[in-house]
Ligand binder design. Structure first.
Ligand code: KG4
Ligand code: ZN
Length: 331
């Protein structure tokens, strides 16, 4: 079985072809970062227009790379939500239309299910059940995963997502959008212990997160201190340390609460090396292991959508002609 995956929920056009036996046959990713950089964040209308320009050419390139024609495919999977409604509608309309024209099933995929299953594309595949920490620009969620489609939401952010907090703090430090990875790089030069930020919501029970206060604490410190490169690096260090400690405390709590040892991390922030290192320590102490996708499958991509689409298709899910984009689709 071979599936074409289309991801257009935000600012990346991701296209991939997944073969059940051979794995990923083609992978194309176009990032719109340059389009949005001058605005300090994603401009929804520009995102939709760029997806319109890029999606079909990338699908053509992917088919060529895999040496396939549409007749070699068994389905078309596309991200149906959550995300920016205009951007989603591009992928949905193209995915549905191609499936109709090629006489194939069309499979709507939940973007966060795509992230959650991305580690399955690696050699070392986590066995069910496991706990998944999904950390992206739009979401921070802890999910108990018992199988494909068997998801129990254990906790989520009550305000900013972890990636959003990284990006907003990076902006306060004068870094370009999306500043998360740049802030992480800057933190490598930071002095441990010079600043200390709170670990929000860790002193009371529960698995929800809150990151907006942490960003405010960073903003206050940035206002009070000098703007030398070292001070900025020290603030970046303290901010990243606080986010990672908070995530690690909640991951440990979720694992212990559910009596599980396997932890999966996915979504853009799971590319963060310090987060990976700290969660490796946490899971090792519990006698378990942490699993994560390779860096290009951490951020938005078509491979995870093709993979999730394949699983959904095998379980009998495909859409009728009326399926719409769902910008607020719960997992
Ligand atoms: O999953 P993703 O590509 O898009 C969404 O679905 O939101 O995640 C993007 C987010 C951005 O906020 C970006 O700053 C953050 O992931 N990110 C990172 C790192 N790489 C990407 N944050 C911290 N450290 C990183 N290395
Ligand atoms: Zn995402």
């Amino acid at each position: 079985m071979r599936i074409l995956g289309i991801e257009t929920s935000c600012d990346e056009t991701g296209i991939a072809i997944f073969d059940e036996e051979k794995g990923i046959l083609a992978h194309r990713l176009y990032s719109q970062i340059a389009v949005h950089a001058d605005y300090g964040g994603v401009v929804p209308e520009l995102a939709s227009r760029d997806h319109v320009r890029k999606t079909i050419p990338l699908i053509e390139e992917a088919l060529k790379e895999a040496g396939l024609t549409p007749q070699d495919l068994d389905g078309v999977a596309y991200t149906a939500g959550p995300g920016l409604v205009g951007a989603l509608l591009v992928g949905c309309s193209i995915g549905r239309s191609l499936a109709y024209g090629w006489d194939l099933p069309a499979v709507p995929v939940h973007h966060m299910e795509g992230h959650l299953l991305a580690p399955m594309l690696e050699d070392d595949v986590p066995e069910f059940p496991f706990i998944a920490l999904l950390v992206s620009g739009g979401h921070t969620m802890l999910v108990r995963v018992d199988g494909i489609g068997e998801y129990e939401l254990l906790g989520e952010s009550v305000d900013d997502a972890a990636g959003e907090a990284f990006d907003k703090t990076a902006k306060l430090l004068g870094l370009d959008y999306p500043g998360g990875p740049v802030l992480a790089k800057m933190a490598e030069q930071g002095t441990p212990g010079r600043f200390k930020f709170p670990r929000p919501m860790t002193n009371k029970p529960g698995l929800d997160f809150s990151f907006s206060g942490l960003k405010t604490a960073a903003a206050t410190t940035i206002r009070q201190e000098d703007d030398s490169a070292q001070t900025k690096a020290d603030i970046a260090y303290a901010f990243q340390e606080a986010v990672i400690d908070t995530l690690a405390i909640k991951c440990k709590r979720a694992l212990q609460q559910c009596g599980l040892k396997r932890l999966v991390i996915a979504g853009g922030v799971s590319a963060n090396t310090s987060l990976r290192e700290q969660l490796a320590v946490v899971t090792k102490k519990l006698g378990g292991q942490v699993y994560y996708p390779r860096p290009e499958y951490c951020t938005d991509n078509g491979a995870m959508i093709a993979y999730a689409g394949m699983q959904r298709l095998k379980s009998g899910v495909s859409s009728d002609l009326t399926f719409k984009a769902n910008p607020r689709w719960p997992l």
